[in-house]
Design a protein around this ligand. Structure first.
Ligand SMILES: [Mg+2]
Length: 217
C-alpha cells in the first residue's frame, strides 16, 4: 500500500513519543460483532450458521444449503453498520482492561468498519467506555500499524482477531508485539491462528496481563 492511501489520522492522532502504545481492533476484540450481526440478519429473514471463520459464507436462507451470495451478504453487512452498529454488546472485561492499561500506555482504536459506520461506531465506543481515538482503515493493517509505531520509541502492541492482520503487522512492523483475541465463543475453534507467532488470549483478563507484561517488561 502506498503511504498516500493511508488514513491521515495515523499521523495526527495524539501519540506520546516516549510511552507504550496499544493499537486495538474493534470487532471480535472490543465488540461482540458476530452475535449482533446474527440478530440483524435474522431480522431480515436469513439465518447465520457459524460453520467457518467467515462472514458472508455463513448467511443462509432458511432451509437452503447454499449460502447467500457474497454481494448480498456484503449489502447486509453495510446496512448493519449504517443502522444497527449501536446494538453490539461490548466484549466482557474489555473496557476495564483498557482503562487499566491506559494508565501507562496510549491507546488507538484501528477498525476496518465501512465508512458509513464511522459516526455510530464512535458513539458506540464512547458509550461503552472506550474513550480513545478511532481510526478507520481498510485492507491489511500492517502499514497503518507501522505508521503509528514509528511515532513512539516505546513498546507497541497490536490486538486483532484476524490472522491476516497479525501477519501483515509482523511483516510491516516487526517490532510490534502481536496478540490474537477472538471474542465470540463459536468463532474461537474456527479462527485461523498461529499462537507461536502471535500469542492468543480469548478472554480480556488474561489478555490484559499478557499485554502489560509485554509492554512494561
Ligand atoms: Mg476484528
Amino acid at each position: 500500500m502506498n503511504q498516500n492511501d493511508l488514513p491521515p489520522q495515523l499521523y495526527t492522532v495524539p501519540v506520546d513519543p516516549e510511552r507504550p502504545l496499544l493499537v486495538v481492533d474493534v470487532d471480535e476484540v472490543l465488540a461482540m460483532f458476530m452475535r449482533a450481526f446474527e440478530r440483524f440478519v435474522g431480522g431480515h429473514g436469513f439465518e447465520m450458521r457459524i460453520e467457518r471463520f467467515a462472514l458472508f459464507q455463513n448467511i443462509f436462507r432458511p432451509g437452503e444449503t447454499e449460502h447467500l451470495d457474497v454481494a448480498a451478504g456484503r449489502r447486509l453487512f453495510e446496512a448493519f453498520f449504517e443502522a444497527e452498529v449501536h446494538e453490539i454488546d461490548p466484549a466482557p472485561g474489555a473496557a476495564e482492561a483498557l482503562a487499566s492499561l491506559s494508565e501507562r500506555a496510549g491507546i488507538v482504536i484501528l477498525t476496518n468498519a465501512p465508512g458509513a459506520g464511522r459516526a455510530p461506531r464512535e458513539r458506540w465506543l464512547i458509550q461503552h467506555g472506550f474513550p480513545y481515538p478511532m481510526i478507520v482503515g481498510s485492507g491489511p493493517k500492517g502499514p497503518a500499524v507501522a505508521a503509528l509505531a514509528d511515532r513512539t520509541r516505546g513498546p507497541v502492541a497490536f490486538i486483532d482477531d484476524l490472522l491476516p492482520n497479525l501477519e501483515s503487522v509482523a511483516a510491516e512492523a516487526p517490532r510490534v508485539q502481536r496478540f490474537q483475541m477472538v471474542a465470540d465463543e463459536r468463532l474461537r475453534p474456527l479462527a485461523f491462528t498461529a499462537p507461536e507467532r502471535h500469542p492468543r488470549f480469548d478472554e480480556w483478563p488474561a489478555l490484559k496481563d499478557a499485554i502489560a507484561a509485554a509492554i512494561h517488561g
